[in-house]
Design a protein. Structure first.
Length: 230
């Protein structure tokens, strides 16, 4: 069994290739996230953390280097296979919840499962279990507009874990919340991640939250260093 869930090796990425305005965003970034490990990714604005997360989640391709999930090199997969890996093996959480407004909290979590071939009853039971773990099961029948910001983000966490991924990628998942709500929602996320046993790479500006994860890495000027110190 492979104990490394995510492995990035010598990832390089630039924009505006061959032009005077070319910007090198990532300079040979290498990173491993072990099975069950929660890693904080700390970076100033514009440092390339979103680009790094998109490459790790197969939403973008590197100019050089390799991306492996569960020991399988995925760098050269075609679009259809990349989509299948994203659907089955990777969960995404963003700063804004991006819930579908016309569907209830429960339905937002059920829909990804139905798209993955899970039966309706099984999908609903799993969705209710996830909602219960983050303390919002009583809000299952409410649409996003009727939920608080913290409740919306908890539902988004559940949706990201609906298909039982190997890897969770989160980009400032509590960045749109006030400090008190952010702390409570982060605890709910950590409880959910620990209970699911998956690996997570979580980008945050909040150093207090970063210090509560298993370890932290800092991205600055396209390069990674271990720890929170600049």
């Amino acid at each position: 069994m492979n104990d490394v869930t995510l492995k990035l090796d010598n990832i390089q990425k630039a924009y505006n290739h061959g032009k005077p305005s070319e910007v090198q965003v990532l300079h040979g970034v290498s990173l491993q996230v072990a099975k069950g490990e929660v890693v904080a990714l700390v970076a100033p604005s514009g440092a390339g953390k979103s680009t790094l997360l998109h490459i790790a989640g197969l939403l973008d391709t590197p100019d050089a280097g390799t991306v492996a999930i569960g020991g399988e090199d995925l760098t050269k997969l075609g679009d259809r296979k990349r989509t299948a890996v994203r659907r089955n093996d990777v969960g995404f959480i963003y700063q804004f919840h991006h819930l579908l407004p016309e569907f209830t909290a429960l339905e937002n979590i059920v829909l990804p499962q139905l798209a993955n071939g899970i039966a309706q009853g099984e999908a609903e039971a799993h969705a209710m279990d996830l909602l219960g773990r983050v303390g919002v099961s009583e809000r299952a029948s409410h649409r996003p507009a009727a939920l608080s910001g913290g409740e919306q983000q908890r539902v988004a966490f559940c949706r990201a874990l609906a298909n039982k991924p190997k890897l969770l990628l989160a980009d400032e998942p509590t960045g749109n919340l006030d400090p008190g709500t952010s702390d409570r929602v982060f605890e709910a996320l950590m409880d959910l991640v620990r209970a699911s046993g998956l690996s997570a790479l979580i980008a945050t500006h909040n150093l207090d939250l970063a210090a509560r994860m298993d370890r932290a890495i800092r991205l600055d000027q396209g390069r990674l260093t271990e720890g929170l110190a600049p």
